[in-house]
Ligand binder design. Structure first.
Ligand code: Z5A
Length: 222
């Protein structure tokens, strides 16, 4: 596949959406890329995905969604996203920035909910057909700080102890994944002012783009 897949991961409020937008603007303004740069997300990167996202994240459902049903809905969202969006874009050579991908399922459904990691890895493999990120930026932030940001934005008015326990397990999941996948997952300290986080991401992405053969010279191939 010719393009590159750069994924943003982290707990709620880590700053993924904010930093992804900053990175896309910076790439468009500072690099003479001859390929497209697009932003997408999971769940919700396709029309089917938007419907699944609504079903997954709505809070007023009368019926409790089982953990296995939830896992399979994230897998369905991913299978559709990979097949109809990610693969076609990557084969055109596009640089794709994606808000969450396979590591979120391991962290949330595996570490958070306690579903079997082997099963989740198998499902990730089926849903992606083996597609992995070329680089994952894990925005590491203290769980309470992330949830406080979400609360300040008006997303929640109360944080239950059970929520905190769940998010700490998710955070542990991201930490262990980063430890096991040192070349793919890069830890970025997200607990700093936005512009400082953006600067570190730009340095990291510059290094990777150069390693991948992209050049910032308008007369070269990419
Ligand atoms: N999920 C799953 O369980 N399994 C899966 O396989 C997948 C996902 C793929 C997606 O919801 C949910 O799906 C998520 C995991 C689950 N649920 N949870 N929990 P989402 O996409 O809507 O939620 P999110 O990814 O957690 O988004 P978020 O809460 O918006 O977080 P964020 O994108 O990382 O943060 P942000 O929107 O950029 O920033 C949050 C606020 O903080 C905002 O007001 C910013 O202005 C502010 N902010 C950002 N950066 C800073 C800094 N540096 N300093 C201060 N304030 C900042």
């Amino acid at each position: 596949m010719k393009g590159k897949l750069i994924v943003f991961e982290g707990v709620e409020g880590a700053g993924k959406t904010t930093q992804m937008q900053r990175l896309i603007h910076w790439l468009q303004a500072s690099w003479f890329l001859k390929v497209g740069v697009v932003a997408t997300r999971e769940p919700g990167g396709t029309e089917l995905g938007k419907q699944l996202r609504h079903l997954l994240l709505k809070q007023d459902s009368g019926e409790l969604v089982s953990e296995m049903a939830e896992l399979l809905m994230y897998a369905a969202d991913r299978a559709q996203h990979v097949e109809t969006f990610l693969k076609p874009e990557l084969s055109k050579g596009t640089i794709v920035l994606c808000d969450r991908f396979t590591d979120s399922t391991i962290a949330y459904q595996g570490y958070g909910r306690g579903l079997k990691l082997n099963l989740i890895k198998q499902l990730n493999e089926i849903a992606t057909g083996g597609l992995q990120s070329d680089l994952t930026l894990w925005l590491d932030i203290n769980v309470e700080a992330g949830l406080a940001r979400v609360r300040a934005r008006g997303g929640r008015d109360r944080i239950e102890q059970a929520d905190l326990k769940f998010h700490r397990l998710v955070q542990q999941g991201f930490g262990e994944l980063a430890e096991e996948n040192k070349s793919r997952i890069v830890r970025i300290n997200g607990d700093r002012p936005e512009h400082e986080v953006a600067q570190e991401i730009q340095t990291m992405v510059t290094r990777r783009l150069e390693d991948w053969g992209y050049s910032n010279n308008p007369h070269t191939e990419h």
